[in-house]
Design a protein around this ligand. Structure first.
Ligand SMILES: Nc1ncnc2c1ncn2[C@@H]1O[C@H](COP(=O)(O)OP(=O)(O)O)[C@@H](O)[C@H]1O
Ligand SMILES: [Mg+2]
Length: 252
């Protein structure tokens, strides 16, 4: 395999230093993401997963360390207006709560990023219709988010995140609000996007049933990557459970 690295996270430290508290949320975190790869970041609550995604997406500033995208050090992305530009051009974000606009239809929600970037009406129509097909939402395009199931709403959110073809999709507990079967449906949709759009993704989760869908799992504990598992698409949960258990025992 001759794959190119899309993202390099290098020696990231993050300390939250406030009135009477100091938290080292990330301690020297480094890893690379290949193009088209789906990496899961797995760890317990408070291990630094959301902080990591917020730094990669320039919503939060690291205390030290660098982010490289396509071989270039992104040295000004933590300052506006560069942060907003960097995010618009490079990052799609999917959250646990869907963050859809309830006054707009499904197709209008998906179209928002295209309107913001000034696409023509014809382009918007075509891109949105393609995305609706890809996500199996064509019959729901005129509906409001409140008329949809949780799984359908999350598919709309994925469509909105990917409609501008960002190089990187970040998903923070994307199935955290969904039941087991709906979670599977969403994970299948993400894996399908990874294959059909060659979409690179980082997905954060505390759940081994979610991590099993990734190509590679990074195990986070107490702000550090303590282990890694390369699954290459094999959906075998046992090695993930066993690494996770060892990690928890070592720290107990
Ligand atoms: N804005 C903040 N101010 C202070 N501490 C924070 C802030 N955000 C996160 N933390 C702390 O940093 C650590 C990592 O948090 P987080 O990245 O949200 O973990 P996770 O997403 O893995 O549950 C936790 O101890 C959390 O309390
Ligand atoms: Mg979190």
């Amino acid at each position: 395999m001759n794959q190119k690295s899309l993202l390099s996270v290098r020696n990231i430290h993050k300390t939250y230093d406030g009135d009477g508290f100091k938290v080292d949320a990330l301690k020297d975190v480094s890893f690379a993401l290949e193009e088209g790869e789906l990496v899961a970041v797995m760890g317990t609550s408070g291990s630094g997963k959301s902080t990591l995604l917020n730094i990669i997406s320039s919503l939060d500033k690291p205390t030290s360390g660098t982010i490289e995208l396509k071989g270039k050090v992104m040295d000004n992305i933590f300052v506006e207006p560069h942060a907003t530009h960097y995010r618009r051009e490079n990052i799609g974000f999917v959250f646990q709560s869907f963050h859809l606009l309830n006054d707009l239809s499904v197709e209008e929600n998906i179209a928002i990023p295209l309107i913001l970037q000034g696409d023509s009406e014809a382009d918007i129509q075509q891109k949105v219709q393609n995305m609706l097909q890809l996500l199996g939402l064509a019959n729901w395009r005129k509906k409001r988010p409140t008329q949809l199931s949780g799984g359908q709403q999350q598919r709309v959110a994925i469509g909105r995140a990917l409609i501008t073809k960002p190089p990187l999709l970040l998903a923070d507990e994307p199935t955290g609000n969904l039941d087991y079967n709906t979670s599977k449906e969403i994970l299948e949709a993400l894996v399908e996007m990874r294959s059909s759009l060659k979409q690179s993704m980082i997905m954060v989760t505390h759940d081994p049933n979610v991590a099993v869908y990734a190509d590679r799992v990074l195990f986070f504990h107490d702000g550090q990557i303590v282990d890694q598992y390369v699954s290459r698409g094999k959906r075998d949960i046992d090695p993930i459970l066993s690494i996770f258990k060892n990690m928890m025992e070592r720290s107990a």
